[in-house]
Design a protein. Structure first.
Length: 379
């Protein structure tokens, strides 16, 4: 249904609906401001939807703060529309589908989910971010498309909501690397699952990696019209027509071709130990299946600490009680790592610090009081 007297570009497309706090709003209601914003969720979501449908030209997005101080970035409507269109094309999103928005809409991932839903003409169901967003909606609510962070996916897989996830046609997962053991559980799901690569500056994902189905693998493939290269540091450079100037990242990658790459890790996290460069994320991937196989659910990450001879030494940082890691994990994990990858110390931190968007804050976690253990092949 076309909207009269409204600068809405997609006139003639199927109208979207937005479901929030038990109420349903059509496009005409949203544009006219005929809604009740009585909760924090509604006060964030409904005014944004109104502004988007009414043709507002610029929008401000906050970065997550996972790799530096949080900041605000202003984007033009045309760039956001183009990003949504590329995702629609890559994932075969269609008008009339039901999308679940369960990420914080103060940040790019949640806000762009709203834009995709409104642009495509989907029924958008918005819930407050939680560990298990499916627990807050009726099991009878059909969901065709959802974006999750790894922690949400892992929680859902361990709950009865797993049955609802099986009915979702397309799920994208981003915000942090997904553990290998979790990704393996997706092989039997009929719907499509993708890991995403992107950041606020690229208006969320610019590349997808299949986690199940015939194209599963380690390589990310760019969305249509987007190409990548690497600079002298080995870091990705992203060229996307809708973004204007190339985006130079601090993400080290192995370039396969201009449309495919493997992500190796963050340049600013690289550990220089004895002149050998170690990517923490690659070591973490080796340790993840060992933790999972031994039933140890502590969160962990690999980091660096100063060393008088080696410049830096590799350390394993574990959340909570490290006893299980020392007794069940290390003798198994140690042989899987190279001489330089193997952590020399284990730091046990009661609780990991987190950024405003819920990611592990590595810097502030390392500043917290930690109990230290020496790691050897035979603990």
């Amino acid at each position: 249904m076309a909207i009269k007297n409204c600068p809405f570009e997609n006139e003639g497309k199927m109208s979207s609906t937005v479901h929030v706090d038990g109420a349903t709003y059509g496009e005409e209601e949203l544009i006219a401001g005929k809604f009740e914003a009585s909760t924090d969720l509604a006060r964030k979501v409904l005014p944004f939807c109104r502004a988007w449908l009414a043709g507002q030209e610029t929008f401000e997005l906050r970065t997550s703060g996972s790799t530096g101080a949080p900041k605000s970035v202003t984007f033009h409507r045309a760039a956001m529309k183009a990003s949504a269109a590329l995702t629609q094309q890559a994932l075969q999103l269609r008008a009339g589908m039901h999308a679940l928005v369960c990420l914080d809409t103060d940040f790019v991932a949640g806000q762009m989910m709203l834009v995709r839903g409104l642009e495509v003409g989907m029924h958008v169901h918005v819930v407050a971010p939680s560990a298990n967003p499916f627990a807050t909606i009726s099991a009878k609510t059909p969901i065709d498309f959802v974006a999750l962070v790894p922690y949400q996916l892992e929680t859902i897989l361990q709950s009865s909501a797993c049955a609802q996830l099986r009915d979702v046609a397309c799920t994208i997962i981003g915000g942090a690397p997904l553990e290998a053991a979790t990704a393996q559980k997706l092989a039997a799901f009929p719907g499509r699952f993708y890991a995403t690569y992107g950041m606020t500056e690229t208006l969320t994902h610019i590349a997808l990696r299949a986690l199940n189905g015939p194209r599963v693998g380690e390589a990310f493939r760019t969305l249509p019209t987007i190409q990548v290269s690497t600079d002298e540091r080995g870091c990705l450079i992203i060229r996307a027509p809708h973004l204007g100037d190339p985006v130079v990242t601090n993400d080290v990658a192995r370039l396969i071709n201009p449309n495919e790459f493997e992500w190796l890790g963050r340049l600013d996290l690289v550990i220089n130990t004895g002149g050998i460069k170690i990517h923490p994320e690659m070591v973490e991937r080796k340790l993840e299946p060992v933790f999972a196989s031994q039933g140890v659910n502590n969160r962990f990450f690999i980091a660096a600490q100063p060393h008088p001879q080696l410049h830096q030494q590799v350390v394993l940082v574990v959340e909570g009680d490290a006893t299980a890691v020392l007794t069940k994990i290390w003798s198994i994990a140690h042989p899987l790592l190279t001489k330089y990858e193997a952590p020399k110390l284990l730091l046990s931190v009661p609780h990991f610090a987190e950024t405003a968007s819920g990611k592990i804050d590595r810097i502030n976690t390392l500043r917290a009081h930690a109990q230290t253990y020496v790691l050897t092949g035979q603990p």
